[in-house]
Every structure is written in structure tokens, then in C-alpha cells.
Design a protein. Structure first.
Length: 518
């Protein structure tokens, strides 16, 4: 299973308000219903509509966008909103948000996509500076892959910029198709015929109002240069359009491995820019010889998350019959076959567990440090930290012994790792999400320890079959996992069967409550 490098997680802010958390509550003026969904809080607003946080009937978090009421009777805005819905139905990929539901004919048209927690690139750079090392390579490859998926569907995004890329814990997401494949301007003044955002448009957009997939590639070059340096490669806003047309970009600070790709994307001639699939493939190789075969992503086993197979992450969708001119049907990113060798599977699983666990331990320690000896919740914070520390230690030792070829000792460490009951940690998380939420608010804690504890338990549960197989083959005392161990991890990670009765269902919902902590 491919894993997200720890550098990616470290580069993203623990203390940023929106990172990896259920969004802050803003209940002012919430509509009662948007289609079948009841909004829980307002996420933000743009020129076309307002976005709300909601849950599907099955409990899946969604971002629901609804047209502003003043535009509800305007045929032009209604057509534009309908085109956005149509565009979203055509694009799909692991670094995009696919359409979950929509109604273009409602009194106020709306659409819903999966909710992804995280800061935008613009927010992150402003608060914490540019991305570095593996995080930057991950960002470059994933955003190029997203563009390749968009272009394969016969669509041009036309507004790729730092505010339209979310840095989620499982990799970036390219969002906002409000002007994708459209000719009407929304991000700049209505007197212009160009479509896009000032400072983030290609020369042909500025000179001839020409937009297409090549313009997206130029925007990708701007985006990566900004992510790498924290500065726009064409300088300050004043006079930036002239410099985009006539001057060369300033790429000092862009790592050597990426500088060539960025420079090619920023070519003045649209025909000289490399296809997005090629950019994605070459950026992926910056992770090393196996980069293209195991592109980093972190899978949440609890949700309908991304498939863990590298082939799924890197194989672009089949070209639609009506893709139109300019969309190459041969452009593709090829992944090496996924290995099924048990040792490799276990190593990959332990790397994922350790990557999440290290961040979870650091943030759990910050949570403990934020509470004084007189605060409520001190015991729960200590319980959570102790579980994560013990889990990490066993996972680390198991990985070390596995790499050394000592299968028997690695099995012993894996068994110790699973013996630490996760249910107390789940109860601690549920406390801070429920009755103890005020404790975090009073302490001023805004980290992501609760989310990462969830991810650690989910990643371990997902790896149970692989771990159990290794223990069975190398520890003769345990031909199968003890029933108590299996039950503990299943209880912590999997909701009960409805047949178990309402009492069990209520208990699990209480433990996994997603009530925000502030």
C-alpha cells in the first residue's frame, strides 16, 4: 500500500484552524434544507454561491454549494451553475473532488461534493511558508495528475491558483470548477472577455482571451513556483500581466529537480508546454526510482477513500468519446504492477502506521502539554498519548526487525502492538469530541491529535489481515489472532452491525461522534 511521506504531514500546519479538522462552527443564517441535506455550518462564499458543511443520510461529510438567492431567478447565472454541475460529472481522479449529488433545476440550484478538511495552498504559504522536499514533489505530481484527469475528460480548469488547491492529509485536491470550460468571466471584471484570475493566467489568455488545456499547464508552473518559494515567479501584482507576457519568470528557490518542469510549463508558446500526464510522471520520479509506482497517498480505511493500488492512482481515466480536439488519447501515466508479496505488503503497512503514528504522538503530546494538572481531560489526554507512544514503539521495532530479516522477533513486536487495547484511546477521542470539547476550547488547543488518532487506528485495522498472516507464519504460539485482540480492534474501527441492536449502535455513535472541538 503506498503511503504519504512523513514530510508531507509535517509540512502542513497542526495549528491552522481548518487543517484536518471538522470546520469551525458558523451557524448564522443557515438554511433549513438544501435539497435532502441539512446544513450544519457555513464554510464560505464566493461570487456564485455559498458553501455549507453537511452530512449525507449515511453520515458522509459533504460540502454543499448553493447559488446565491439574488441569482436564483437570473437565467445566466443558472446556466453557469448548471455548466459547473455538468463539468463535475465529467471529471474524476484521486486528487479531484467528484460530484456526489446536485439539482440544477431547484429553486436555488445546488451541488454537493465530498468534504475535505485542510488549508488551501494560499493559506498555508501565508501562515507557514512554502512547501519543501517530499511535500513539494508530492504536491507537484498530484496537481499535475489532477490536470491530466481533467484534460482527459475534455475539460480545461481555467482557474488553477493557490486558493483552489486544498492541502488535505491524504494529498492535495484541485477544486472549484465554476469557470471550467466556460467563456464567461467570473474571477475578474465583467468588462473583460478573458476568463481567470489576475496573476494566474497564461500569456495567450491575457493577449487573445484564448483558454484551453495549455493555459492550465502555464498556471501549474505558476502554482509550483509559488508553492516552492512562497513568491509569485513574475513578482508583485503591479504590472504582473505585462511581465507574464514579456518577461522571464524568476525561479530561484525552485529545487533543481522541479525547475526544469516548471520552466517548460511557463513557456510563452502554448505548444511548447509538456502535457499534464508527462509532468505528473516526471514529478513522481523525484520520490526515487519507485516514485511512479508507489506515489504517496494516505488511505483512510473508514471512508470511501482512495483505492490503495498504485495503478488506480496513476492510470488516467479512459478518454471520453467526445473529448474534443487537443486532448491526447495517448497521454498516460503508467504504474508498475502492485506487489502482492506478503513481506512488502507488511513493510508498506508499517510505514503507513508509523507515518501517521509519529504525527499523532507529536500532536497528542501537544494536547497533553496544553492542559494543566487541574484541567478536566488530563487523564484522557494521558491515555491517548500513552496508547499512541506504545503503538509507535512496537511498530518501529517490528519494522526494524523485519528489515533485518528477523521474522520471529518482528512477529513478537507486532503481537505486542496489537495487544494494546485501542478502545480506551477511542473513548478518550470521543470525550474530547463530546463533553470535553470545551476543555480544548478553554486550553486554546487547535491541533489535529483526535483526527490522527482515528487515522492510526484505521490504518492498523486495515492492516490486520497482513499482520495476522505474518504472526501466524512466524510465531507458532499464535496460529491466529486471539479473539479478544481481534474484537478490540474491530470494535474500535468498525461500526456495529445494525442487527446488534440499538444499544450497540448508540454506543458506537457516541464513541465516534464528530462533534467539533471549538
Amino acid at each position: 500500500m503506498p503511503v504519504l511521506p512523513r514530510a508531507w504531514l509535517r509540512s502542513l500546519p497542526d495549528r491552522h484552524r481548518d487543517a484536518w479538522r471538522t470546520p469551525a462552527v458558523d451557524t448564522a443564517g443557515l438554511p433549513d434544507r438544501i435539497g435532502p441535506y441539512r446544513p450544519l455550518r457555513r464554510l464560505g462564499a464566493g461570487g456564485m454561491g455559498t458553501v455549507y458543511y453537511a452530512h449525507s443520510p449515511g453520515g458522509v461529510p459533504l460540502a454543499v454549494k448553493v447559488l446565491h438567492p439574488e441569482f436564483a431567478a437570473d437565467p445566466v447565472h443558472r446556466r453557469r451553475f448548471a455548466r459547473e454541475i455538468a463539468t463535475l460529472t465529467k471529471v474524476s481522479g484521486p486528487y479531484l473532488l467528484e460530484l456526489a449529488d446536485a439539482d440544477a433545476s431547484a429553486a436555488r440550484p445546488w451541488l454537493a461534493t465530498p468534504y475535505v478538511a485542510g488549508s488551501t495552498l494560499a493559506e498555508h504559504v501565508q501562515a507557514h511558508g512554502p512547501l519543501t522536499r517530499a511535500s513539494l514533489a508530492t504536491f507537484a505530481a498530484a496537481t499535475a495528475h489532477a490536470l491530466a484527469c481533467i484534460h482527459r475528460a475534455g475539460v480545461a480548469h481555467r482557474d488553477l491558483k493557490p486558493a483552489n488547491v486544498i492541502l488535505a492529509a491524504d494529498g492535495p485536491r484541485v477544486v472549484d470548477f465554476g469557470i471550467a470550460h466556460h467563456l464567461d468571466a467570473t474571477a475578474i471584471t465583467a468588462t473583460r472577455v478573458t476568463t481567470g484570475t489576475p496573476g494566474w493566467m497564461a500569456p495567450e489568455q491575457l493577449e487573445r482571451a484564448a483558454t484551453g488545456t495549455a493555459s492550465d499547464l502555464f498556471a501549474w508552473g505558476l502554482l509550483i513556483a509559488y508553492a516552492a518559494t512562497g513568491q509569485h515567479p513574475f513578482g508583485a501584482p503591479t504590472g504582473i500581466e505585462y511581465r507574464i507576457i514579456a518577461a522571464e519568470p524568476e525561479l530561484d528557490g525552485v529545487p533543481a529537480g522541479l525547475a526544469g518542469l516548471v520552466a517548460a510549463a511557463l513557456a510563452k508558446d502554448p505548444a511548447a508546454r509538456r502535457p499534464a500526464a508527462e509532468l505528473a510522471s516526471q514529478a513522481a520520479t523525484l520520490h526515487g526510482p519507485a516514485g511512479a509506482a508507489a506515489f504517496p497517498t494516505l488511505i483512510d480505511a473508514r471512508g470511501a477513500g482512495l483505492s490503495p493500488l498504485p495503478t488506480t492512482l496513476w492510470a488516467l481515466p479512459t478518454a471520453a468519446p467526445d473529448s474534443g480536439p487537443g486532448i491526447s488519447s495517448s497521454a498516460t501515466v503508467t504504474a508498475a504492477p502492485a506487489t502482492t508479496e506478503p513481506r512488502a505488503q507488511l513493510v508498506a503497512a508499517l510505514e503507513e502506521i508509523r507515518a501517521v503514528g509519529e504525527e499523532a504522538l507529536r500532536t497528542a503530546m501537544r494536547l497533553s502539554d496544553s492542559l494543566t494538572t487541574h484541567d478536566s481531560g488530563r487523564f484522557e489526554a494521558s491515555t491517548l498519548t500513552s496508547f499512541i507512544a506504545s503503538h509507535n514503539s512496537s511498530a518501529l521495532l517490528a519494522a526494524m526487525r523485519l528489515r533485518a530479516g528477523d521474522d520471529a522477533q518482528s512477529a513478537q513486536h507486532l503481537h505486542r502492538m496489537l495487544r494494546k487495547d485501542p478502545r480506551k484511546a477511542v473513548e478518550a477521542v470521543a470525550y474530547f469530541r463530546g463533553p470535553g470539547a470545551y476543555v480544548l476550547k478553554m486550553a486554546g488547543y487547535q491541533g489535529n491529535a483526535l483526527y490522527l488518532a482515528d487515522r492510526l487506528i484505521a490504518a492498523t485495522y486495515d492492516a490486520l489481515p497482513t499482520i495476522a498472516d505474518h504472526i501466524a507464519r512466524h510465531d507458532p504460539d499464535f496460529p491466529e489472532l486471539p479473539t479478544a485482540v481481534h474484537r478490540a480492534w474491530t470494535t474500535a474501527a468498525v461500526p456495529p452491525d445494525p442487527a446488534a441492536g440499538p444499544r450497540a449502535a448508540r454506543w458506537w455513535r457516541a464513541l465516534t461522534s464528530r462533534t467539533p472541538a471549538g
